[in-house]
Design a binder for this molecule. Structure first.
Ligand SMILES: Nc1ncnc2c1ncn2[C@@H]1O[C@H](COP(=O)(O)OP(=O)(O)OP(=O)(O)O)[C@@H](O)[C@H]1O
Ligand SMILES: [Mg+2]
Length: 249
């Protein structure tokens, strides 16, 4: 089988051959807004492109909640065809797990991850956005192995702790030759910019690629409704990220 250990890796390559770009939304710390960014960015991109959104936070999936897709189910047809929300094809382990938690680790986690990439039929799409769990764990290592061309958007908050972890992540990804499209500094406050000691991220990926997105108190009320999410200030401010993505076409 050449350098591949698992036949599914060939199937994944085939499944993703009709996907133009794969972009993972990642970051070091939990709760910084990765899932919200991945979901809203997918909605924005879907206004002009064909888009898929994959929740790879297997143990704590939330993308289906953000988009109000809880009652949706993929259709079985030589694999699984993801349900569509506002033009975004969404796939999540939550469609199968229902209300239950999915406690997994090690090989079981990487198995589910491979399985979901193997069975999902995205069809011809421009972007596959992937919502990642926090940190450089199992899901990240597996993704880097399975989808070598994956590009990254990193999400941090202005917290020096979050920014430092993302800086390290950015350095490591750059060393691995991965493309970092931009860093989103989420929940930022113009009156309290990020601590200067955490400024090393821009050094790692380039000054122009860091975008500030403010805390938006209205976002919570829009969760579960894709159309309302698109009208939030959060979505408005995230639109500059689309330009960063397009400029790398
Ligand atoms: N700019 C913002 N303004 C207001 N609320 C926000 C903003 N960004 C994120 N949130 C809220 O913060 C919470 C955490 O966001 P989210 O779940 O996207 O983070 P996460 O990084 O994916 O977390 P995890 O690491 O657990 O996966 C959510 O309730 C989300 O709605
Ligand atoms: Mg998340």
């Amino acid at each position: 089988m050449g350098e591949r250990e698992d036949i599914r890796e060939y199937v994944i390559e085939h499944r993703l051959s009709s996907v133009r770009r794969v972009i993972a939304v990642s970051g070091g710390k939990g709760g910084t807004g990765k899932s919200l960014t991945a979901a809203v960015l997918s909605l924005i991109l879907a206004e002009r492109y064909k888009v898929g959104l994959l929740d790879l936070d297997i143990s704590s999936p939330t993308v289906h909640l953000i988009l109000g897709a809880c009652c949706e189910k993929p259709i079985e047809d030589n694999g699984l065809i993801p349900p569509e929300i506002c033009g975004v094809k969404v796939m999540s382990v939550a469609f199968f797990a229902g209300e239950r938690a999915v406690p997994l680790r090690g090989s079981s986690l990487s198995d589910i991850l491979k399985e979901i990439l193997t069975i999902t039929r995205w069809g011809e799409i421009d972007f596959l956005i992937i919502d990642m769990p926090p940190g450089f764990g199992e899901a990240m290592m597996e993704l880097l192995k399975l989808v070598r061309r994956v590009e990254f958007i990193l999400v941090t908050t202005p917290s020096i702790l979050s920014a430092e972890v993302v800086r390290r992540m950015a350095c490591m990804l750059c060393e691995m030759g991965k493309r970092i499209l931009c860093v989103v500094e989420n929940m930022s406050d113009p009156e309290f910019p990020v601590h200067p000691a955490a400024g090393g991220i821009s050094g790692a990926i380039g000054e122009r690629s860091t975008f500030n997105v403010c805390f938006d108190p209205c976002v919570e009320h829009a969760i579960g409704n894709a159309e309302n999410l698109l009208k939030t200030r959060f979505a408005h401010e995230l639109r500059c990220v689309v330009e960063a993505i397009e400029s790398r076409f």
